[in-house]
Design a protein around this ligand. Structure first.
Ligand code: RFL
Ligand code: PHB
Length: 395
């Protein structure tokens, strides 16, 4: 097969890239290891930034988001005895939207179906070749066992943190930075109306907790747990008791309503950046190039921002034979990546405590001091608001 861009990975980065390229008259073929049902059911991100929403609207993907998405004016930050609202709308005139990654993925899938996009799900043995030439290619075995090859002008590595694209860049041609954290998140989805109008990020001596949501009937919660936590050790009662204690059930008359748990998982936390986000004719976007811990709600938004830069860069390279934007892509994308990497690290280290292991009392005092400043100073709150809701794509 021959196309302009071979896209590895049909997550949000890969499908949005194929959508934006098609709008500019650039063809692509997408290769994905999982089934479509699996990709569309994966429970992940829940928050879209202002600039992500504007981009999705501008490329024709905003209709259902505008009907069903829930705009939030800000978030609550709390610690025992105190809950404060940080109002992004008042501070910087920007909002965030509750709209699950599952919904974004379905909207992208429907738009690509309507355009007749070629996507090979359930591919195996996906490999990238000849990246240093102007005619790279991808080989794979399709769902029917056929060995296939895609020749392209460029390859987009949108295959997340475990795909082959990052690994295809030789060690000598890349630099990486990594931070692991000494805690994980236990995440649940529950069939119960949210007990809050906007997200609650809670600092607590037992560990961080987050009350998020997916709709008027579905709530999403996270609890900080030690690395290596076994889900079997967390009964439903233990989860709800932990959430009630950390989120402040009974505090100022606030009550947490539990409900049936429909999904649960433990997620490790990691920061990772690889540079440059390009090797020859391979361009990386999204989790393939960088990972952030989820505390800042940045991962999906960063993937979208990468692709918003990459699509016009590949269009200029392929249709106008202008390499300028493609040459500038990695540096431009990395500026936002490092800002979001810092913000995600900052939110994470401000809110996670020693938990069951006790923790450092000095750190705990600094965290609470930081939380008091962020929630009481306009300058502090505006910094958080700009980073959480307000970064322009080209930041
Ligand atoms: P994805 O979504 O991982 O998609 C990559 C795709 O590549 C496929 N793949 C391959 N395809 C072909 N050949 C191979 N050999 C392949 N190997 C892998 C995979 O099957 C997959 O379909 O990466 P992408 O597109 O870069 O998107 C990134 C986002 O998914 C991710 O950053 C976010 O989900 C992170 N994240 C959040 N981001 C936010 O912006 N806001 C949030 O509120 C938020 N919450 C979260 C999150 C991530 C979480 N988890 C589980 C990691 C909450 C959670 C719990
Ligand atoms: C989510 O709803 O899954 C979510 C929300 C905010 C975060 C992380 C995850 O910071």
């Amino acid at each position: 097969m021959r196309t302009h861009v071979a896209i590895v990975g049909a997550g949000p980065a890969g499908l949005l890239l194929s959508h934006l390229l098609a709008q500019d008259g650039v063809d692509s073929i997408v290769v994905e290891t999982r089934t479509r049902a699996y990709v569309e059911a994966r429970i992940r991100a829940g928050i879209l930034e202002n600039s992500t929403v504007e981009l999705l609207r501008s490329c024709g993907l905003g209709d259902r988001l505008d009907r069903e998405g829930d705009p939030h004016r800000g978030i609550y930050l709390q610690w025992p005895g105190e809950r404060h609202h940080v109002n992004f709308a008042d501070l910087i005139d920007r909002k965030v939207w509750i709209y699950g990654q599952t919904e974004v993925q379905r909207d992208l899938g429907a738009a690509r179906d309507a355009a007749g996009q070629q996507i090979h799900y359930e591919a195996t043995d996906v490999a990238l070749h000849d990246l240093g030439t102007e005619q790279p290619h991808v080989t794979f075995t399709d769902a029917d066992g056929r060995a296939l090859r895609i020749d392209a002008d460029a390859i987009a590595g949108c295959d997340g943190s475990f795909g082959p694209s990052r690994a295809a860049v030789p060690d000598l041609a890349k630099q990486t930075w990594e931070r692991t954290y000494p805690y994980s998140w236990l995440g649940i989805l529950a069939d119960v109306a949210p007990s809050t109008d906007e997200l609650i990020y809670a600092w607590h001596p037992d560990g961080f907790a987050l009350h998020s949501m997916r709709s008027a009937r579905v709530s999403r919660f996270y609890l900080q747990v030690p690395n290596g936590t076994d889900l079997a050790d967390w009964s439903d009662d233990r989860i709800w008791d932990g959430l009630a204690a950390r989120l402040g059930h009974g505090q100022d008359g606030w009550a947490l309503t539990p409900g049936p748990i429909t999904d649960r998982s433990v997620l490790p936390m990691r920061s990772f950046v690889m540079a440059p986000m390009r090797h020859g004719r391979l361009f990386l976007a999204g989790d393939a190039a960088h990972i952030v811990p989820p505390t800042g709600a940045k991962g999906l938004n960063l993937a979208v921002a990468d692709v918003a830069l990459l699509a016009p860069a590949l269009t200029a390279l392929i249709r106008k034979k202008d390499p300028g934007p493609a040459d500038a892509y990695s540096d431009a994308a990395l500026r936002r990546v490092w800002r979001c990497t810092h913000f995600s690290w900052w939110m994470t280290t401000m809110l996670h405590t020693g938990g069951a292991d006790g923790g450092d009392p000095f750190d705990a005092e600094l965290q609470q001091s930081q939380l008091r400043w962020v929630t009481s100073s306009t300058a502090g709150a505006t910094g958080l608001a700009e980073n959480y809701a307000g970064l322009p794509i080209e930041f």
